[in-house]
Design a protein around this ligand. Structure first.
Ligand SMILES: Cc1cc2nc3c(=O)[nH]c(=O)nc-3n(C[C@H](O)[C@H](O)[C@H](O)COP(=O)(O)O)c2cc1C
Length: 417
């Protein structure tokens, strides 16, 4: 381990001891829980969404369903959880306690109203309790009756209207938490900016359906014979979260700080979100899977990574991948390459050959006596699928290499006719 790098970062005028936050969810449900997360090193919290004190919250039971993919447990998580079911006064007292007891950590209160008076009431109450910032939940994919949750994030004028309303009530910075369930996430972000938001959080749970029971035909989680389209989280949504952060960070007109969320479980995920433009990072499913101690590895890993790169602060990483990002039409297609095979390490399984025939250029030959692929560099069209199915462990046995002067190869028709 190298000498620890200071991971503190400025976000909306506040210094966070590190960029790692609990996101608003059951992992940030009470002061007792958040306090334990702080003891493990979390730099801040987005406290579980405070909902209308005039609506009784009863969570469906069971409220979550793990999504395994092959041997990977919790590759995702489906949930139908609502806003906090605790009395508003208890949550406000917890926020006030956390601020008093942990002055160096940042406490962000998430709020979600069903109509204008509630947004106003919750914003005033949360600021009054001492929250450093407010996060407006415009993005819950299942508590989304007309005018609430994700339906706000999809009705851009409501994003602006509720942000403006909250802006008029409070002085603390406001984050608008947006849904990825829109065609272009920059649009609601720009409306949030017009309404006075200081930052954007992306993303909330993705509206999804992960599993249907084959015994009972009920979508999961099975809530006494019924299932619903609801929120999907965890590693499975990281590519969507990263995409949203990169889109928002690349939007010149927006220019707001970003809090990244969605599938962050390792320091590598964290570094990728930072590189794409997020400057704080939120997580839930990783904590559900591994506990609050997950942050200890993240702190150590990110610090070591910065040291290895010769960087002195997290801020130096933020957005560093953006100059390398371009439109698909902007690639230099005059440069071409091919798959290169380390035949000494080949185990002779033939998977590369099969996949090349059935889904690739069909140009990879097969020496059945030696049980080895026979590459054709000039005709290989470098889809690289052979490398994805190669089972050789350790450093990849099939890699990409550029071949100078190679012309793009167009697969000929291969009909038996
Ligand atoms: C059980 C559960 C409850 C959640 N409740 C809220 C909530 O009250 N407010 C909110 O803004 N997001 C809520 N979320 C969404 C998370 O804050 C986060 O945006 C999402 O889980 C993606 O991050 P992850 O992949 O690290 O879990 C909830 C997520 C889960 C799994």
């Amino acid at each position: 381990m190298s000498k620890p790098v200071d991971l503190s970062i400025e976000f909306c005028g506040k210094r966070f001891p590190n960029p790692f936050l609990l996101s608003s969810s059951p992992v940030s449900n009470t002061a007792e829980m958040v306090e334990r997360a702080f003891e493990h090193g979390f730099g801040g919290v987005v406290y579980k969404s405070l909902g209308s004190p005039h609506v009784e919250i009863v969570h469906p039971s069971p409220r979550m369903q793990g999504y395994d993919y092959g041997p990977a447990r919790l590759a995702g998580l489906q949930n139908v959880e609502q806003t906090s079911d605790r009395p508003l006064q208890d949550n406000l007292a917890d926020i006030a306690y956390l601020k008093k007891r942990w002055p160096d950590r940042v406490v962000i209160a998430s709020i979600m109203g069903f109509a204008a008076p509630e947004w106003k009431e919750l914003a005033i109450a949360a600021e009054g309790a001492g929250a450093d910032m407010l996060e407006l939940n415009f993005s819950c994919p299942h508590m989304c009756v007309e005018g609430a949750g994700m339906k706000v994030g999809q009705s851009f004028h409501l994003v602006q209207q509720f942000t403006e309303l909250v802006r008029r009530q409070v002085k603390v910075p406001i984050l608008a938490k947006l849904t990825s369930n829109v065609a272009d996430i920059s649009e609601p972000a720009l409306y949030a900016k017009k309404g006075g938001a200081d930052a954007i959080t992306a993303i909330n749970s993705v509206r999804a359906l992960t599993e249907v029971g084959l015994d009972d035909f009920v979508p999961r989680p099975n809530i006494f014979g019924k299932g619903a389209l609801s929120g999907f989280t965890g590693p499975g949504i990281k590519p969507i979260g990263l995409r949203c952060i990169a889109e928002l960070a690349g939007n010149k007109e927006l220019g707001l700080p970003l809090s990244g969320c969605g599938g962050i479980e390792t320091w590598v995920d964290a570094a990728e979100y930072l590189l794409c433009g997020a400057s704080t990072l939120q997580m839930t499913t990783g904590v559900i899977h591994y506990g609050y101690r997950i942050v200890e590895d993240m702190i150590e890993g990110l610090s070591d990574f910065l040291a290895a790169k010769g960087l002195g602060s997290v801020g130096e990483l933020v957005g560093k991948a953006l100059p390398q990002m371009c439109g698909v039409g902007e690639f230099d297609v005059s440069r071409q390459g091919a798959a290169a095979y380390d035949l000494d390490r080949c185990v002779g399984c033939g998977q590369c050959y099969i996949v090349c025939q059935d889904a690739g250029s069909g140009t990879l030959g097969w020496d059945s006596a030696k049980r080895r692929p026979v590459p054709d560099e000039q005709r290989c069209y470098s889809c690289m699928i052979c490398s994805f199915v190669c089972p050789v462990s350790g450093p990849p046995a099939i890699t990409y290499k550029e071949i100078r002067g190679k012309k793009p190869f167009i697969a000929a028709g291969r009909s038996k006719r």
